[in-house]
Structure formats: C-alpha cells, structure tokens
Design a protein around this ligand. Structure first.
Ligand code: NDP
Length: 317
C-alpha cells in the first residue's frame, strides 16, 4: 500500500498505533514500526529522563520511523520537545492543546507534526496551524476525547470533505474491516489504540489487559466533561464519579474524587477497583492478548479480504 499517509511517514501500511499513557512505551512502538505500521511512544505519562531512555531504546529496537505523542495537558512539554529534537525523532503527534504552540518549532527542526482532533472545527484550526496531517478521533475512542460525542461514522466524512491535508481516522477501529470502513468514509489511514493495549508488548498491567479481553459491550463511558472528557471502564472508581454527579458535584469536587495518579494506578499498577481504566468501546471486540506484530498482520490481512469482498454481489445492487 502506498498512499498519502504511508508516503508521509515512509511506512508500509497506513496503520498507526496510538500513543497511550502507561501503555505505549518503546517495546510496543518499535514492534508496530518493525511490522510495517507507525509505532508511537506515549510521552504523557513519562518524566523527561524516562522519555529520553524510551527513545534511545526504541531507536535501538527499530530502524523504521516511529513517533512520539505529546498530550499538551501534561507538564514538561518543553523538556520533551528538546529531547525529541535531540534524538531526531521524525514524527510527533500532538494532542489536547493548541496546535499553533509547537508546530512551527518542530517543523523547523525537520519533524513532521500530526495533531489529534475531535471535531471539524479543530481539524480546520490544525490545518491552519500548518500541521502535516490530522487524526480525527470519534466518540468511541478510549481515554481523553472531545465533548461533542461525534461518532467516527459521522466525524470522518465531514472532516474528509473539508480539509486538504491527509486524514487519519481513530475511534472504534480495531479490525481490518473497520479500517476499510474508515478508508471508505474518506480517511487516508487509521490510528488504533485499544487493540494494541491487549498485546504482550504494551506496558499496561496484566490485570488491565485481562479486563479488556473480558469486557462486555456497553461497559465503557465518556465522563468528566467538566474537567477533561475521558472514556473509562465503569469500575468502582467510576461509580464514585457517578455518585458525585448524582450529588450535583461541581468541577472542584470532581477533581477531588479524581485525585492524583489514578490512570497510573489503574492501567500501570493494575488496581482495577480504584484506578482509572481508559479504553475504547472497541474493547468488547478484543478477545485475546497477541503480539503487536500479529495484530498488524491480522488487521492488514482482514483489510485485504474485506476489500476483495467489496467486489462480490453483496455490494452490487
Ligand atoms: P495526574 O495528574 O493525576 O498525576 C500525574 C501522573 O503522571 C503521575 O502518575 C505521575 O507519575 C505521572 N507523570 C509522568 N510524567 C510526569 C511529569 N513530568 N510530572 C508529573 N507527573 C508525571 O495524572 P493523570 O495521568 O491521571 O492526569 C493527567 C492530567 O489529566 C491531569 O491534569 C488530570 O487532572 C487530567 N485528567 C483529567 C481527567 C478528566 O478530567 N477526565 C482524567 C484523568 C486525568 P508518578 O506517580 O510516578 O509521579
């Protein structure tokens, strides 16, 4: 496959593994890149010296391009940027902040910049800021998300019809059929998160991986819109948030319920009760823990099978 996204990143398949706090370190990112996709190190959960070490390990594990995700709501962004430039990381995915802030600086250092958005309005702003591509992420996605609840099915065609730059679809995509559907809606590539959490190479805690592969449909929810909207599993910690809402808690009270370090507690330390477990709706389609390279292979194989099926009578009427 050679299209606008695979050419932009110099990769084999337009399949990107999302940067995910506590889940996507160098092992996952390098495995996905070695398998022909684009692996991303999620720097949000990393102190500067940790990111430095992770980039060195990733470079030692792959000669293929990889990226770093910078969620701008976390501290130490300027130190992370210095580290990325120092190591000549070729691609950065920015999110949760204004794309104007860092795009020119990164690009002037030869780095391609992709910004993650949840609406057409933000996609156009990112394009105006000069980014090389956007990820448009629908309501189904895990972790931090937009407030508007626009689904991938509605978001992708809208954004595709209004922007000129390459478009990567995200949210609810974990299979080759979903990848093809997203491409049919107008995307040039896909970004996949949840499916890669349940891999041997992800740095998520085993308890969290086991929970994902057993998660029934309907067990995640987009919540905390008053702070930063986030899709989580409805566990006991979430039930505390729910009770706070029932008592008409304001943003400060919700912040108190959230406390500090919940995401680490849940996803990295494996506390399924008190931790925050960020995962997408697609988790209910994931039933096994696999090697990341096999996830890439399975998705591409299924994509190609589904593409062939589009030539059959089912699609002709
Ligand atoms: P918190 O802000 O609660 O805590 C910081 C966590 O990040 C700790 O686990 C810390 O690790 C780790 N960390 C990594 N790098 C740094 C760094 N450079 N400086 C400080 N801490 C670092 O982390 P969350 O991931 O839960 O949340 C991040 C941000 O997102 C916060 O602003 C939070 O309020 C917001 N948030 C909002 C939510 C919502 O509104 N829905 C949900 C979740 C988060 P260590 O423990 O090792 O120090």
């Amino acid at each position: 496959m050679k299209n606008r996204i695979s050419e932009l990143f110099d990769i084999e398949f337009p399949l990107i593994q999302a940067g995910m706090i506590w889940c996507s370190g160098w092992e996952l990112a390098s495995s996905v890149s070695n398998a022909g996709g684009l692996g991303i190190i999620g720097s949000g959960s990393m102190y500067p010296e940790v990111l430095d070490d992770q980039i060195i390990k990733c470079k030692n594990a792959t000669s293929k391009p990889f990226a770093v995700n910078l969620p701008m709501l976390y501290p130490d962004i300027d130190k992370h940027i210095e580290t990325i430039i120092k190591h000549k990381v070729p691609i950065v995915f920015t999110s949760a902040g204004n794309p104007k802030t860092w795009t020119p600086h990164l690009q002037s250092n030869g780095i391609k910049v992709v910004h993650v958005v949840s609406s057409l309005k933000f996609a156009l702003k990112a394009q105006d800021a000069g980014v090389d591509a956007v990820v448009a992420e629908g309501f189904e996605a895990g972790g931090h998300n937009g407030r508007d609840e626009t689904t991938t099915m509605c978001l992708i065609p809208k954004v595709a019809s209004e922007i000129r730059i390459p478009l990567i679809a995200a949210g609810g995509i974990g299979t080759g059929r979903a990848m093809l559907a997203a491409m049919n809606l107008g995307a040039d590539g896909v970004q996949i998160g949840s499916r890669f959490v349940a891999t041997f190479e992800s740095s998520a805690h085993q308890n969290f991986k086991d929970r994902i592969v057993n998660l029934p449909e309907g067990e995640t929810i987009l919540t905390l819109k008053e702070l930063t909207p986030v899709r989580v599993i409805k566990n006991e910690f979430y039930k505390k948030i729910e009770s706070a809402y029932e008592s008409n808690a304001d943003a400060d009270e919700l912040k108190n319920v959230l406390g500090r370090g919940r995401a680490k507690k849940g996803m990295f330390e494996g506390d399924l009760i008190e931790g925050e477990l960020e995962i997408g709706q697609v988790a209910s389609l994931i039933s096994n823990i696999m090697h990341a390279k096999d996830v890439v292979r399975e998705i591409i194989d299924e994509y190609r099978t589904a593409l062939e099926e589009q030539k059959t009578d089912k699609f002709k009427f």
